[in-house]
Structures are given as C-alpha cells and as structure tokens.
Design a protein around this ligand. Structure first.
Ligand code: CO8
Length: 257
C-alpha cells in the first residue's frame, strides 16, 4: 500500500484506514482509490471487523480527485479508465463506515465522506464541491448524495458556486454527526465506532442496508425491504442472545452469527 495505511484491528472489531498522500492533501489518484477499494473489501470480509473508520490527517481528509492526473485526459480515456466502478464497489461495503474528517473534504473528498455512513468532523473541517471552478462538476455522486443530504437549494449553491462550508454549517445542514475540537476528531470517531461494534454485526449490516434503501427507492418498497430484513434477523443467534440478555438483565455477547 503506497497511498493508504490500514490498521486491521486498530482496536477490537474496528478497522482503521488512513488516506496517506499528505503532500498532495490526500488527492484521490487512481492508485489510492484502488488501494482503498481493496482495503475496504478485505475489512468487509474479515469476520473480526465490525466497523470501519476512514480518516485523513489534520489538514485534509481529501482535497478531491487528483486534478493533475485528470487534466489531459480525453472523454474516451476517462470512460475507459472507468474509475467510478471503484466507487461503486466502495459503496457496496456492508459494514458501517465512519468518516473522521479534519481540514479539507473537497470534490471527490466530500463525495467520499458522503459515501461513508456517518461523519465526525473537527472544527476545522471544510466541505465543498469546487469542481465548477475547474470547469467540471461532481462525478462521484455529489449531485445526488449531497442533494439528498442538504436539500436542493443548498446543494445547488455549493455545486454551482463551489463555495466551501465549515463544520458548523455542515452540522446545521444535517450531513455530519458531530463537531469536535481538532485534536479529538479521530478519538470521537473511534468512540462512535466502539459503540456500534458492541452491537450484533448481523443486525448492523442489515440495518445499514435498510437505511440506505430509503435513498434508493419509494416508501412502500423500502418498508417491504425493512420488514424482510427484520424477519431475517430472527434467524440469527445474536437476536436470541440480545433478547435473552435483556430478559436476564445482563449485557449481551454478540458473536455475529
Ligand atoms: N489534485 C491534485 N493535487 C492537489 C489537489 C488535487 N485535488 N489538491 C491539492 N493538491 C496539491 C497542490 O497542487 C499542491 O501540490 P504542489 O505543492 O506540488 O504544488 C499541494 O497539494 C498542496 O496544495 P496547495 O498548495 O494548493 O495548498 P493550499 O493550502 O494553498 O490550498 C486547497 C488548499 C484550497 C484545498 C487547494 O489545494 C485546492 O483548491 N485544491 C483543489 C480542490 C479541488 O478543486 N478539488 C476538486 C477536484 S475535482 C474532483 O474531485 C472531481 C470528483 C469526481 C471524480 C472523483 C474520482 C476520484
């Protein structure tokens, strides 16, 4: 791995990925994205891991796709490189992913944070879709996910002017979970990861899938999907353990089965 660092079990049940191109503000080149896709796949397949945290460094989560790598490409070359198939695979990660964001989360970096399931931001975080300033537009889901997250008027403003918003605004718009002092953003993301890692991984996986379905379908189909997953969980040992533990007034011990 040249552009990311992976700590399989940062602590029990939690996988940590750090984007690691600090000099380029973690600009997302094709190699980095390939490494990220592979790392997420490995963590998703690792039975010991229940939650994944993705972070950058204090100055940047990621300042977007690598502009230098794209600058001279033709439309056909971009089509053939097909970088979005990598993004599609990342989106299919079954385990919950928390983005721990400090500094710049711009363009593809903002889209990557939005691809995660929750965002913990430092008070220095800056989110934006500045692609319009370099003659393009968001391409990794920004026009869709940002719009669902913040509503049409705000998404239009961000996408059409390229303006950055700070953590306070992002919180007000409802697309991040929490703002913390800069020295604590990773700790806070780990705290959130820890609380999710205590739950049944079978239940968290199906719950994530069901919440995501709310953005992909109409209510009737979404409710049907939720119900099927709810029933399915009664086939898990974790459901028996969780409910027995409640009745017996003890903490549950979930095994992911
Ligand atoms: N691509 C390539 N290099 C970058 C990028 C980038 N996105 N961002 C920063 N860098 C490099 C700079 O070129 C500089 O390198 P060098 O030292 O060799 O000149 C180094 O990182 C440090 O950057 P700055 O000197 O510019 O640092 P500042 O603190 O002065 O400014 C900014 C920070 C404001 C973040 C500034 O770097 C900036 O505006 N960056 C570009 C932001 C941007 O436009 N992002 C959108 C890119 S397009 C995009 O994301 C399309 C997404 C859809 C496809 C997704 C596929 C992955």
């Amino acid at each position: 791995m040249n552009f990311i660092k992976v700590i399989e079990e940062q602590e029990k049940h939690i996988g940590l990925i750090q984007l690691n191109r600090p000099k380029e503000l973690n600009a997302l080149n094709l190699e980095l994205m390939g490494e990220l896709r592979d790392a997420l796949k490995n963590l998703d397949n690792n039975n010991q891991i229940r939650v994944i945290v993705i972070t950058g460094n204090q100055k940047a989560f990621a300042a977007g796709a690598d502009i230098k790598q794209m600058a001279d490409k033709s439309a056909i070359e971009m089509l053939q490189i097909d970088q979005f198939s990598t993004w599609d695979q990342i989106r299919k990660t079954k385990k919950p992913i928390i983005a721990a964001v400090s500094g710049f989360a711009l363009g593809g970096g903002c889209e990557l944070a939005l691809t995660c399931d929750m965002i913990i931001a430092s008070e220095t975080a800056k989110f934006g879709q500045p692609e319009i300033k370099i003659g393009v537009m968001p391409g990794a889901g920004g026009t869709q996910r940002l719009t669902r997250a913040v509503g049409k008027a705000r998404a239009m403003e961000m996408v059409l002017t390229g303006k950055f918003i700070d953590a306070e605004e992002a919180m007000k718009y409802g697309f991040i979970n929490k703002i913390v002092p800069v020295e604590k953003y990773l700790d806070e993301a780990m705290n959130l990861a820890r609380s999710i890692a205590q739950m049944s991984p079978v239940a968290t996986q199906l719950a994530k899938e069901s919440v995501n379905r709310a953005f992909e379908t109409h209510l009737d189909e979404g409710l049907h999907f939720e119900r099927k997953n709810f029933y399915l969980l009664f086939a898990s040992e974790d459901q028996k353990e969780g409910m027995a533990a409640f009745v017996e007034k003890r903490a549950p011990d979930f095994q992911g089965k």
